[in-house]
Write a protein that binds this ligand. Structure first.
Ligand SMILES: [Ca+2]
Ligand SMILES: [Ca+2]
Length: 382
């Protein structure tokens, strides 16, 4: 399936290389002034963002809204469901933009997953491009908490410190509504046998890792150089799980607002996200608040690309449930979302990696300085 994606990418590369700058220039001059809700993760309500693009024509999916979770800061009070807290932040100072690195935000509802056609707010370039994002289809995700920030070095250090080579228990880290989504014992061999080996594996590609053997100055940068199994194991250990691709896109698209980018329709800038050239290395989480998503999630676009639960598949090739879809059966590559500090527009094809609907796929045992992740949690009431 990855070959299919690459092949499709190659087909459109020349077209997009020429068109990208034109389109981005157009977007820059015609984009609506998109209200930044970065300073608040309170639910703005389905229509609160005056500058947001409209919901795809005709369809009006119900939107469950969202609210602030209990990740270490004051909540909104009354009806807030309880979210399980993991051990990664125990004793950790609130140093991610002055708050807990474990802040999470609860959201969920119905949206149009994938890229829409003509007149859709998330259409990019041409309705015939990016077939891996089509067809757009309605999906519902149950209420879920999603880390506000990418998992940091400081949080991951707690996992490494506790690691003794014991893999997650079978079915750990499962989505409660998705059968077969938990850890499988055949994956045990994919994890390091010892803590020493684990630490060695975090040093990938010639010193571009954010991990340091001793506590240093990069504790609030996202952990990178983790493969999919290690990301899964961390979230399971931390009382959570990897988000499904649908959950990740729900957060990035602002649910029913169907946003082209997490912040809206404005073309990417170095104020909105950490992508190629701004500054072309991994940055501290939450450094680009103007680009936060509808519910306050930081760095969904850029900084590090993020592993999700799903095996890569073609939306049109696999029939998944309308509610809480995730492909946990077909294929071998896992889906990464959101692009990274090295995602560039000048080369055309890579530009698509910054959008809310963009999909990338990689073998799960391949770590990279561009790859990180964040965890999801299901509220206890679910
Ligand atoms: Ca969509
Ligand atoms: Ca990211």
């Amino acid at each position: 399936m990855e070959r299919v994606l690459q092949s499709a990418a190659e087909k459109v590369l020349l077209t997009q290389t020429k068109a990208a700058w034109l389109v981005l220039a157009l977007l820059a001059t015609t984009a609506e002034a998109c209200g930044s809700d970065g300073s608040s993760s309170l639910d703005p309500g389905p229509d609160a963002d005056a500058g947001s693009p409209p919901v795809d024509g005709g369809s009006q999916p119900a939107d469950g809204g969202g609210g602030r979770g209990n990740g270490g800061s004051a909540g909104t009070g009354a009806a807030e469901p309880e979210v399980p807290a993991g051990p990664s932040c125990a004793g950790l100072a609130s140093t991610c933009q002055g708050e807990s690195c474990c802040m999470n935000v609860i959201t969920g509802g119905t949206f149009l997953m994938g890229q829409g056609g003509a007149n859709s707010s998330d259409l990019y370039l041409d309705p015939d491009l990016f077939p891996e994002e089509r067809p757009e289809h309605e999906v519902t995700v149950d209420p879920f908490a999603l880390d506000k920030y990418e998992v940091t070095v400081g949080r991951f250090r707690k996992f490494v410190d506790a690691y003794d080579g014991t893999p997650p228990a079978p079915d750990a880290g499962a989505h409660p509504a998705i059968d077969g989504s938990g850890w499988r014992s055949e994956w045990d061999v994919e994890l390091a046998g010892t803590r020493t080996e684990f630490i060695d594996r975090l040093k990938c590609y010639g010193g571009r890792e954010t991990w340091t053997d001793e506590v240093g100055t990069d504790e609030d940068k996202p952990i990178n150089c983790v493969n999919w199994y290690e990301a899964f194991a961390f979230c399971a250990w931390d009382a959570g799980r990897l988000p499904t691709e649908a959950e990740w896109e729900y957060a990035a698209a602002g649910g029913s607002e169907n946003r082209l980018y997490p912040w809206g329709s404005e073309a990417p800038t170095c104020e909105l996200a950490n992508w190629y050239g701004c500054p072309a290395i991994v940055d501290f989480v939450g450094s680009y608040p103007a680009g936060n998503g509808r519910w306050g999630h930081a760095d969904l676009t850029g900084n590090v690309a993020e592993w999700t639960l799903d095996l890569y598949y073609g939306y049109g090739n696999l029939s998944l449930p309308h509610d809480n879809p995730a492909n946990v059966t077909e294929g071998s590559a896992r889906v990464l979302r959101g692009g990274s500090f090295d995602t560039r527009i000048i080369e055309g094809m890579d530009a698509n990696g910054l959008r809310s609907t963009s999909r990338a796929s990689r073998t799960p045992d391949l770590p990279d300085p561009e790859y990180g992740f964040r965890c999801a949690r299901s509220p206890a009431s679910e």
